[in-house]
Design a binder for this molecule. Sequence first.
Ligand SMILES: Cc1cc2nc3c(=O)[nH]c(=O)nc-3n(C[C@H](O)[C@H](O)[C@H](O)COP(=O)(O)OP(=O)(O)OC[C@H]3O[C@@H](n4cnc5c(N)ncnc54)[C@H](O)[C@@H]3O)c2cc1C
Length: 568
Amino acid sequence: MKKNKLIIIGNGIAGNLAALYISQKLPELEITIVGKTDKPRTLVGESTVELSTHFFEALGLGKLLEDKHYHKYGLTYYFKTKKDVNDPNYVVHEAPGVIRLPAYNLNRFTFDNDLRELNSKRNIKVIKGTVQDVSLKTSTQKHHILSVEMEDSEKTNLMLEADWFIDSSGTRRFLAKKLALRKDPGYQRSTFWFRLKKFDRNIFNKISALKSKHHCYDSYYVTHHFYGKGYWIWMIPMRSPDGETMISIGYTYRTEQGAEIVRTVDDFISTVEKDHPIITEIVKSGEINTLSEDVLDIAAYTNYMYESKQYYSKDGWFLIGDSAFLFDPINSLGLSYVSHMICQVAAIISKDKEGNLTNSYIDCHEKHIQSILSLQDSWGKWYEIMHDPVKLSWTLLMNNMSYFNVLLPAFINGAFLDGRHIDVFTEQFKRLPVEQQGPAYPFPKLLDILSEQSKNIDLSCLPNLYSKNIPFGLYKADEKLRKKLFLRYLFRLITLRTAIIKRINWKLNKHHLSVLGESLWDNCVDFVRIILVSLFSHGLVKYHKLDDPDATPFGNNGKFLKFNDTTK
Ligand SMILES: Cc1cc2nc3c(=O)[nH]c(=O)nc-3n(C[C@H](O)[C@H](O)[C@H](O)COP(=O)(O)OP(=O)(O)OC[C@H]3O[C@@H](n4cnc5c(N)ncnc54)[C@H](O)[C@@H]3O)c2cc1C
């Protein structure tokens, strides 16, 4: 029997993960990856989170992760206690223990190569070449026809037919350019990064940290985040293949919010020295990594973000990874977006193959992407408060609550593939035009007062509440969507608000009394929501019946990550 054909453009991480997933979920398809051989080029995206790792584990990549990459024990945030540069103290929020789901800091060069190697041994055809053009299918042309220039000495031209194709051509954005799909994001960012080797790791131990002590893991093996006016810095320890100490360092910024432009290591040192001399001490102790004899592992992107007007088409083309949109890596969610999109595309193809794909199912997923991008808008606004440890730290607490109690469980369970769940999710995380978006931080009136009153920053105004807000035992093998988690999220809204109220030195004046009154009222409203959600089933924990056109084609409760194919 003739097999349906899927072509994947691009032999990078997104294309290879898509091939690995779809070849297991829809083994009846004939899958071909068409990819260029890359010249030495810098790669980025080393920090995974529980969501992306869960996907990788399901794909059978667990051994690679354990053997060749470092565990990552969460995101660690460093908040300066005083504006004074010479004050070396930070309030540090790190995970107070180990969550059930692991995460890893990847060496992307190793990981991407291993993934390619793994796929080359599976039933996936790989063609070395560049897709030059595509003729999209029409009512008279049954298939997409892709024209490919091969990498042989004659540069042979090949015409390939496909029922569907996925564009994962990265920042080259093959299809988005052809169809003029580019759209501007809500807020722009710029970024600069490099990798450092042979540095003195002991300098990390000199950081004077106010934090709750624990003995669960070594505090180095996390993604370290530092902040300043209009910028944040990542430091991601990586395992280098030759055993040298290695770390990825990046500076992401918005000049409109007061950050200085950084395009070279010298710029980085002179800018960061003022706020975080400890980081520049680490940089000066090491060497910049090289990719080949004369290519340094350094890159700078200016105003680099973009989106697309459309991501998925009923006509059978899809954009995933960097070819779809480029974003702010502040919460390390890049590969989580890729994981979501691969499964969404597989679900759409599965329905199309069975002849029951509707426009409304595609629209659900387009809406889901807009909700995800609404988070990018919020994070764009965080740059307004990056120099304010009080506002930023409470914002991060709230952000992690949403991730662990709403986004992550919906992925593990597969509810994000169900139209009914998506409707409620997108209502909660609605994307608004920039001019209608609220303040950058939650509980704005309360945090304005607390921030103004907090002259000295310490653990009393910046408590680390992770053990309370994050469900450390979140994962259970049954992968059911638990109403309890959503209720917990609502309950934690009340406790967070109350925790701020308790820290404010209330005065008997009109403004303070009205803010206090409003906040207590908001607590009552959230309490009523909890009662209503516990009495009546909430849409976030309900799906369509499986025969509904907008239901997931894979079944509920984690079945999207169960495979019949045993060849992995
Ligand atoms: C500054 C920054 C920091 C980031 N940090 C993180 C992070 O900490 N965690 C995280 O999860 N994510 C992060 N990301 C995101 C992550 O880097 C991306 O999600 C990921 O690398 C996307 O890979 P890709 O496969 O889409 O693109 P690529 O890796 O670029 O692959 C695209 C491939 O397609 C090939 N190609 C292009 N055109 C054609 C054509 N016409 N024909 C054939 N082949 C073609 C290219 O040669 C290339 O091999 C970050 C992103 C940025 C910008």
